[in-house]
Design a protein around this ligand. Structure first.
Ligand code: ZN
Ligand code: ZN
Length: 218
């Protein structure tokens, strides 16, 4: 296959970066992004223009330059280390309608931010986000009402229960922007049944989500 259209790469790059809150290194981006397009062969990814970078790397760099100009990813070396590509948390809102990723700002109580240690603070803010009804609604409409860990849909275990019994869990590192927390309900939240949710929070900080899935024995 030919190297995909830049607009297509742009959407995939945003999705990729949206899943890595800490940002990504350039070399990893070339590799990870190429995997999104299974038709792309190794030689297409490494074939070079004259003496410069490969066509693939060049195209991805053009896409990055566009996204920097549009205020969607950080300008290299400005606010983050050189060689790291990272979404501007609010920048994703500019693009959300196009790619279908919605980011929601959850205002945090400033008292919560100031009074506690970093670990307690992150935990408290996670709770605020988990209770944000809009973020919860988008997460559940995307993933459904079964627990992502044990696959239980609690409602179906009983006769005559009228409402879903499910909680959402916040899995990502939290970024603070002027007392407002930006959450992507699809990448940052997962549905967990009350039991699993209780279990993941039995340590502080809570278990990392994949580690927790591995712990599940049924
Ligand atoms: Zn569960
Ligand atoms: Zn939780």
């Amino acid at each position: 296959m030919a190297i995909p259209h830049r607009e297509l790469i742009k959407k995939e790059l945003i999705k990729l970066l949206a899943s890595r809150s800490e940002g990504m290194k350039t070399s990893n981006i070339y590799v990870e992004l190429a995997k999104v397009f299974p038709g792309l062969t190794l030689s297409e990814c490494t074939e070079r223009y004259r003496n410069s970078a490969s066509k693939w790397a060049n195209t991805v760099q053009f896409v990055r330059a566009d996204l920097v100009d549009q205020g969607i990813i950080f300008r290299p070396g400005n606010d983050i280390p050189n060689g790291i590509w990272k979404l501007i948390p609010h920048g994703i809102n500019n693009y959300s309608r196009v790619i279908g990723i919605k980011s929601i700002d959850v205002p945090a109580n400033p008292e919560v931010i100031k009074t506690y240690t970093e670990e307690e603070r992150v935990e408290r803010i996670s709770k605020i986000i988990e209770r944000s009804s809009k973020a919860r609604e988008i997460c559940l409409s995307h993933y459904g009402y079964a627990c992502m860990c044990c696959n239980t849909a609690v409602k179906d275990k009983y006769r005559n229960i009228q409402c879903h019994i499910i909680e959402v869990h916040h899995i990502k590192e939290i970024s603070l922007i002027q007392n407002v927390y930006s959450v992507n309900p699809i990448d940052d939240l997962v549905p967990l049944c009350p039991n699993c949710h209780r279990a993941i929070h039995t340590v502080r900080p809570c278990y990392e989500i994949n580690e927790f899935f591995d712990m599940y024995i049924g």
